[in-house]
Design a protein around this ligand. Structure first.
Ligand SMILES: Cc1cc2nc3c(=O)[nH]c(=O)nc-3n(C[C@H](O)[C@H](O)[C@H](O)COP(=O)(O)OP(=O)(O)OC[C@H]3O[C@@H](n4cnc5c(N)ncnc54)[C@H](O)[C@@H]3O)c2cc1C
Length: 208
């Protein structure tokens, strides 16, 4: 899996602070060095719409279709994903879950089955079956790549849902990778989100 930040709102935390200070007519305090306390108070108070003024776009590759299917359920984010209608997928890359890698018998069955699907897919194409129909054979394991954009409020919401012990391992790994990048870019806001060694959020308790 690879996650790369493509674009982020410049001076994101300042823009959010400026927007929020508009509500209280305190823009003259914009450079008072109280940003951290101010932004954290907004989060604790649930004044979350101000966090929609900043956006971040990521290039995500090497995740399974099983993972991307979960990701695209986040309706307030925007996605552009590699198409299995327009792109030929013979010899497709695929993701192997760690539980399978760790089991000799399972791993052999897994690779053999994927190999058989790859062959069958190529055979359908050679029989002039269009890509959009040949893709019916393709598994959830198929690797995909996509560009994803969301505002900061939505990123926080995604972290709350996907960085828990209930979330599937791959989307949790992805969410943790994105969070770590955002923590460097907007440390006051995303520094609030603390992970344990299993990529499960231990803080904060904000309603996002
Ligand atoms: C652990 C886990 C297990 C899951 N299991 C399943 C499953 O078995 N089957 C399944 O189908 N899905 C499952 N999901 C997906 C889940 O139901 C959501 O579709 C997904 O997490 C997106 O969440 P969301 O709707 O809050 O987020 P987003 O789509 O990102 O929306 C963000 C927020 O905007 C608001 N919002 C967006 N659209 C609307 C709307 N139309 N009406 C009102 N408010 C709206 C809501 O407050 C929402 O929380 C699972 C998710 C998780 C985290």
């Amino acid at each position: 899996m690879k996650v790369e930040l493509l674009r982020i709102t410049k001076d994101a935390e300042k823009i959010i602070e400026l927007a929020a200070r508009t509500c209280y007519d305190t823009r003259h305090r914009l450079y008072d060095r109280v940003t951290e306390k101010f932004l954290h108070n907004l989060m604790r108070a649930g004044h979350m719409s101000v966090f929609e003024h900043a956006w971040a776009t990521f290039d995500i590759s090497g995740i399974s279709r099983a993972c991307s299917h979960q990701l695209v359920r986040h309706r307030l984010a925007t996605f552009s994903q590699r198409s299995q209608r327009y792109v030929r997928e013979e010899g497709f890359d695929y993701i192997t879950p760690p539980t399978i890698t760790g089991n000799e018998e399972a791993v052999s069955l897994y690779h053999q089955t994927i190999g058989a699907v790859q062959k069958a897919y190529a055979s359908l194409l050679s029989l002039n079956i269009p890509r959009e129909d040949a893709r019916f054979l393709l598994p959830n394991a198929c690797a995909t790549n996509l560009v994803m954009t969301a505002n900061f409020r939505e990123w926080m919401h995604i972290f709350k849902l996907r960085l828990t012990s209930h979330a599937q391992w791959e989307i949790r790994e992805l969410a943790a990778g994105i969070l770590k990048i955002l923590q460097k870019e907007a440390p006051i806001i995303f520094g609030m989100f603390k992970l344990n060694q299993d990529n499960v959020l231990v803080e904060p308790d904000v309603s996002v």
